[in-house]
Structures are given as structure tokens and as C-alpha cells.
Design a protein around this ligand. Structure first.
Ligand SMILES: Nc1ncnc2c1ncn2[C@@H]1O[C@H](COP(=O)(O)OP(=O)(O)O)[C@@H](O)[C@H]1O
Ligand SMILES: [Mg+2]
Length: 310
């Protein structure tokens, strides 16, 4: 397993007595897209500012590329590109001129990378036009180009698709996947939109009220959900009784169509074949028995709801 590119250990950040972040522990692996998902006010920007050394946690520790961000920010951020809030440019200069200015400031290889990064974000044909004539989506992509000048191992993007129209969002999603899959960069991206995170990220963490509700791969998140089955058979009423008597079944409900929705106890090992056998042995004809996969949205709402109760 490779060393994490970002490691947050017990990170808290208080504003007065209110905790914007409360004991956040997570790891972002190189070459993967990590989604940081949570509603507005959850603490996403606050954590991103801490990761980039723009704010200090009140407790805990953050390392980026193996370097402690508060002790050695220069080493930690040497190959990190970021967009926090809307990127600002000189409107009366062209996209290319804006990048040239920034590249001169970044130094090293950056001035030689201007054309490469313009091409990467598909702005070549408009690179000579004034930024004041760019759409919001183009400005966001120019922001990514600027963040790419340092040839980053890690890109940190705070809600980059906010305000973009559906085409802009789709373009941005393709761009992020290219940065991950083709270039091998890690991307840490925050969002309040489930759908966005589900479509672009390999791993994710869910945050609400400054607390981490879960962190893992997309697959983990879905696996952690309540397992349930949908069963269609010739005598739903009798099947309901048979199923309810099984130790692994916690609830059975008949839908108006006669299809049975069966909740399974995640701590009781069973198989679909075993459940099917119980029904068949009771003399029932089973025409369909399938796992009901939970959408990320259902799982997300379940997690946020659980947290609200605790
Ligand atoms: N500088 C600040 N002073 C006081 N409270 C702040 C400050 N910055 C953020 N907060 C509070 O911290 C919480 C998290 O904010 P933020 O990180 O911006 O959330 P998100 O980016 O997820 O919408 C919010 O309740 C916000 O009001
Ligand atoms: Mg924010």
C-alpha cells in the first residue's frame, strides 16, 4: 500500500466555542480521486484551508506528501495545486498571459509548461482571448491550468463545479478523471452534491457538522448499507410468514404489487440460496429473488439521519 498523500489525524478547528471540524481522521492515496462530501456549512472549506496551510487546526496533525503542513509548509506544498473559491484572473489579459505571469512566479519548470496545461484543459483555441470574455466554466478550467503549472502530485479543488451549467459540470468531470487516470495525479475534491462525487471519485468521506460520518471507497459505502432483498413468489402472504421466521430476516413487507421487500440482519450470515431453499422447502414457487442495491443517496441520508439521532 502506498503512503498517503494527505493524512489528517484527529483534526479539529474551533471558532470560539463552535467546532467547524471535530476530530477528522482521513487518508488520501496517491493517484486517486477523493471526494469530500457534505452539506453547506459542514466544514469542507475549513478542512481544505487547513490542508493547504491557510488555516491552523486547533488540534490534530496534517501531513501532505509526508511533510507536516504546519512545520514544513514549503516541502508539503511543493507539488500541490489548488483552487479555493473562485479563481481570480486579470480580465484584460489573455488566458495565456495570465498563466505566463503565474508561471514566472512559480518558477522552476512552470514557464515551460504553459502550453501543455492550456492543452490539458482544452483552452488552446481561446488562449489568446481576454479572460473577461471567458465563461465561468472556462475560468474554472483556466484555474485548473494554473494549478497544474507546478506539475502537481495532488490537486485540491473546493467545490469546483459550483455555478457551472450541466455541460460545464460534465466537462469538468472528464477533466478530473483525465488528471487521475491519464496523468496519475491525486485529486481531493469537495462537493455538496452526491451525484457529483459518485460519478467522479474513487474514495470518499462524508462530513456533517464538522464530524466525519464515514470514509472509504465508494464500494465500502454501498456495502455498509442495510442489505435487503426483493422476492417475487406465488403466495406472498404465506411467504411473508416463512421469511419472518428466519433468524437472518429482520423485517418483511409486501409491496402493493405483491413483491416482498426483505430486510436482512447484517450480523447474521446467510445466503440468497439459503433463503430461496427455505421458501422452496415450504412449497412456495419463487420466480425472482434479487438483492436490492441501495443508492448512494439512500445510504447518505441514512448516515446523516443516524448522526442526527446520536
Ligand atoms: N472564519 C470563520 N469564523 C467563524 N466561523 C467560521 C469561519 N469559517 C467557517 N466558519 C464556520 O464553520 C463552519 C464550517 O464552514 P465551512 O468550512 O465553510 O463549510 P463548507 O465549506 O462545508 O460549506 C460553518 O458553521 C461556518 O459558519
Ligand atoms: Mg465551502
Amino acid at each position: 500500500m502506498s503512503e498517503p498523500i494527505i493524512r489528517c489525524e484527529g483534526v479539529s478547528r474551533k471558532f470560539g466555542s463552535r467546532a467547524a471540524l471535530d476530530d477528522i481522521t482521513l487518508e488520501v492515496l496517491p493517484g486517486r480521486c477523493f471526494g469530500f462530501l457534505g452539506p453547506n456549512g459542514a466544514g469542507k472549506t475549513t478542512l481544505i484551508r487547513c490542508i493547504l496551510g491557510l488555516a491552523r487546526p486547533t488540534a490534530g496533525r496534517i501531513t501532505v506528501r509526508g511533510h507536516d503542513i504546519s512545520r514544513d509548509p514549503a516541502a508539503a506544498l511543493a507539488r500541490v495545486g489548488a483552487i479555493v473559491e473562485e479563481p481570480r484572473f486579470y480580465g484584460y489579459l489573455s488566458g495565456r498571459q495570465n498563466l505566463e505571469l503565474w508561471a514566472a512566479y512559480v518558477g522552476s519548470e512552470a514557464p515551460r509548461r504553459v502550453e501543455t496545461v492550456l492543452d490539458r484543459v482544452h483552452l488552446m483555441d481561446r488562449a489568446g482571448d481576454k479572460v473577461s470574455t471567458y465563461s465561468l466554466g472556462m475560468r474554472q478550467r483556466l484555474g485548473v491550468a494554473r494549478a497544474l503549472l507546478c506539475d502537481p502530485e495532488l490537486l485540491v479543488l473546493d467545490e469546483p463545479t459550483n455555478g457551472l451549467d450541466p455541460d460545464g459540470v460534465a466537462e469538468f468531470r472528464t477533466l478530473i478523471r483525465d488528471l487521475v487516470e491519464t496523468d496519475g495525479r491525486a485529486v481531493f475534491v469537495s462537493s455538496h452534491l452526491l451525484d457529483e462525487v459518485q460519478k467522479v471519485c474513487d474514495d470518499l468521506a462524508i462530513v456533517d457538522h464538522g464530524r466525519l460520518l464515514m470514509s472509504g471507497t465508494l464500494a465500502d459505502l454501498l456495502d455498509g448499507g442495510t442489505s435487503s432483498l426483493r422476492i417475487e413468489c406465488d403466495d406472498p402472504t404465506r411467504a411473508q410468514g416463512v421469511l419472518a421466521a428466519l433468524p437472518a430476516v429482520t423485517a418483511v413487507a409486501a409491496e402493493p404489487s405483491g413483491i416482498l421487500a426483505v430486510q436482512l440482519d447484517p450480523d447474521q450470515p446467510t445466503t440468497r440460496a439459503a433463503i430461496n431453499r427455505s421458501l422452496v422447502e415450504a412449497g412456495l414457487g419463487v420466480s425472482r429473488l434479487e438483492p436490492r442495491s441501495q443508492s448512494l443517496e439512500e445510504r447518505y441520508l441514512e448516515l446523516v439521519h443516524e448522526e442526527g439521532r446520536s
